[in-house]
Design a protein around this ligand. Structure first.
Ligand SMILES: [Fe+2]
Length: 363
């Protein structure tokens, strides 16, 4: 069955909504018991290979942006990373890679190792209007309620949401003092549950919602994008959801007010994501790399408390990776993005004329 047919079927209120089976549709408590499947520690020889590649970059004094696959050879890890990418893009949608010895490294060494692993997984994309391809998730003292503040610049609890590329990766450089747990939920399961319990509300989320572009707008584009939350495509349910972008979009002139039913549907989306029967909590340790597929996973984190000393504060490095072999995507996602990666995939937030940058500190 092709995508328009599936979309027609879903829009037909008189028929039951389809359920999406497959590895993307998992439940948190079950996944917590299957930790061995998604938590992978680097082996000694793998770490030696990564460290040798980092040393090579340091010897040649390369900038982060000059590092491609050739400059960061990982011959024995290549097939391992290929398999990991497949699990993330086409399987359960996430993996936690443990054991990079970042406590013994400078931030530059950690960034090189992380970036080097990243170039073997996909193409790094800009994460904001400044062209940052290496992002820093750190409390910059910004207020989450500020219309232009992005959640990653605060210490607030972040509600479940998706980012804007195929894969979002976080490397934990410093975990912070307390809190800041990562929590993820299968958006395929959220859809399945809503379709089964309240098909009328699931229908609402199949239509477009206006979302702010956070002031990160290319010339000639509107300050908002329009996209449904549930987007059936091929045999997958592709989901894109950032409630704060919808709420903050309401303040933009020209954006229609949300209806009561739309608010009810969004409330149900949040309630399902926050259901302990659905989500999975994950602790971040120094050196952990978490990789998530944005099309099938929503992510969140709890609020956190930080150390007073600046060099001990919670600090994660973020990559947004676009992958040529990612799942087929609906038109609406392709239209949302203001630029595309070399392989024609959505490529995050890239404004024309803004050079890519990989800063080693939060800016
Ligand atoms: Fe995020």
């Amino acid at each position: 069955m092709n995508s328009p047919e599936i979309a027609d079927q879903i829009r037909n209120q008189h028929r039951p909504l389809p359920r999406y089976e497959g590895p993307q549709a998992w439940y948190g408590p079950d996944m917590a018991l299957r930790r061995d499947e998604w938590l992978r520690a680097w082996t000694g020889p793998e770490l030696a290979e990564i460290e040798a590649a980092v040393a090579r970059v340091l010897e040649r004094d390369l900038e982060i942006l000059e590092i491609g696959r050739e400059q960061f050879p990982l011959p024995t890890l290549e097939p391992v990373l290929h398999d990991i990418r497949k699990q993330v893009l086409h399987g359960r949608g996430f993996v936690l890679l443990r054991g990079l010895p970042v406590e013994h490294w400078s931030v530059r060494q950690a960034a090189i190792a992380y970036w080097g692993i990243g170039v073997h997984l996909g193409e790094a994309c800009s994460q904001n209007a400044q062209g940052h391809v290496l992002g820093h998730v750190k409390d910059l003292g910004r207020d989450y309620h500020d219309l232009l503040a992005r959640g990653y610049q605060t210490n607030a609890r972040l509600p479940y949401h998706t980012d804007s590329t195929d894969i979002v990766g976080l490397l934990c450089w410093r975990p912070g003092k307390a809190g800041g747990l990562s929590s993820i939920v299968s958006s395929t399961t959220v859809y399945n549950e809503m379709a089964a319990r309240r098909p009328d509300l699931a229908q609402v989320l199949l239509s477009a919602f206006h979302r702010t572009r956070w002031g990160e707008v290319a010339e000639g584009r509107s300050p908002w994008s329009e996209m449904p939350i549930f987007m059936p495509n091929d045999s997958r349910m592709i989901v894109s959801y950032v409630r704060s972008a919808i709420t903050k979009g309401q303040k933009l002139p020209g954006v229609p007010r949300l209806t009561e039913r739309q608010v009810e549907a969004l409330d149900m989306m949040d309630a399902l994501a926050e259901d302990p029967q659905l989500y999975l909590d994950m602790e971040f340790m120094s050196g952990d790399i978490q990789l998530l597929c944005n099309h099938s996973i929503l992510h969140s984190r709890t609020a956190f408390e930080d150390w007073p000393e600046p060099d001990r504060r919670r600090h994660l490095l973020r990559l947004w990776l676009s992958c040529a072999d990612g799942p087929a995507l609906p038109e609406a996602i392709m239209r949302r993005d203001q630029d595309q990666s070399a392989s024609g995939r959505p490529s995050g937030i890239r404004l024309p004329g803004v050079a890519l940058k990989a800063p080693l500190e939060a800016e």
